[in-house]
Design a protein around this ligand. Structure first.
Ligand SMILES: Nc1ncnc2c1ncn2[C@@H]1O[C@H](COP(=O)(O)OP(=O)(O)OP(=O)(O)O)[C@@H](O)[C@H]1O
Ligand SMILES: [Mg+2]
Length: 268
């Protein structure tokens, strides 16, 4: 009994109670003590071109190469554009798609729904407004995601980026509600999810974004100007429920994808 108690405390100490999902990113799993907590929704925040989409697809590919089917919800670019932009990597995404391990939802139509903070539905998120474009609301998107997750036995999910949805809400309180609805809906799928959002500054000393407070975990991708050049640095800002590294660590993007140097410091 005593031995069991000691073992339990030890497991708590090393954060061993939560099942982990490996990201497929060399070095990142070491910073996380094994991977992302299973079935959690994690925010990937980064500046333009920092590698958010690369990281998200690498995470899905890792699952698809194993036993976990992946779903990529594209908000700003079509699935074809995403695949074309990632075609420089030695990843055979078409094959994974053909084998029924990788799926896409093209949610770019959501950009065309006009913002109207006053019109809420049963989930307290924006419902249909009268627009001239075909419409896709957050509620419909969530319904579609749940359907595909069930039908295709999806276990890893990416939404890239959520910035377009958030920009539709003028009031901070509405943005907060919409974000919480989305996070709750993604966690309710039982998938482990990456939600991508855009960082609007290259400064390390910056205001936090609303989404960072609301999510279970935050991975930051920085591109930092330093002595006339740009340094790429990754940081686990938070990951509820597990101990993790919090330092800025250098990373590079190569033909294989993102590689994190988990032992190195950005500014020695
Ligand atoms: N095959 C490759 N080898 C090395 N680096 C690459 C390769 N393909 C892309 N990159 C680098 O990755 C960067 C873009 O990565 P990615 O599209 O994932 O960034 P992002 O943060 O999603 O960008 P955005 O803000 O535009 O959505 C490119 O700007 C380029 O520097
Ligand atoms: Mg991108």
């Amino acid at each position: 009994m005593l031995l069991l108690r000691v073992l339990v405390s030890y497991c708590h100490l090393i954060g061993g109670w939560m099942d982990r999902v490996p990201t497929g990113v060399k070095g990142l799993d070491e910073l996380l003590g094994g991977g992302i907590p299973k079935e959690r929704c994690v925010l990937v925040v980064g500046s333009p071109g920092s590698g958010k989409t690369t990281l998200a697809m690498q995470f899905l590919r890792e699952g698809a190469l194993g036993e976990e089917n992946g779903l990529y919800v594209t908000m700003d670019e079509s699935p074809d554009q995403i695949k074309e932009n990632l075609s420089g990597f030695r990843w055979d995404l078409d094959r994974l798609e053909r084998e029924g391990k990788l799926f896409f939802i093209d949610a770019t139509l959501i950009r065309h729904v006009r913002s109207k903070d006053t019109h809420y539905g049963e989930q307290n998120v924006l419902l249909d407004t009268a627009g001239v474009f075909p419409q896709l609301t957050l509620k419909e998107l969530i319904r579609t995601v749940h359907k595909v997750v069930d039908e295709e036995k999806i276990q890893r999910l990416v939404v890239d980026p959520v910035t377009s949805i958030m920009l539709r809400y003028e009031r901070a309180s509405s943005r907060r509600k919409a974000m919480l609805v989305l996070f709750d809906a993604l966690e309710a799928t039982g998938c482990t999810s990456f939600v991508v959002t855009e960082l609007r500054t290259a400064m390390l000393d910056r205001a936090f974004q609303l989404e960072e407070f609301l999510s279970q975990g935050v991975i930051l991708l920085h591109t930092i100007p330093h002595e006339g050049s740009i340094v790429r640095a990754i940081q686990i800002e938070k990951m509820r429920g597990i101990p993790h590294d919090i330092q800025l660590r250098p990373y590079q993007i190569t033909g294989e994808g993102i590689e994190v140097f988990s032992k190195d410091r950005v500014f020695p």
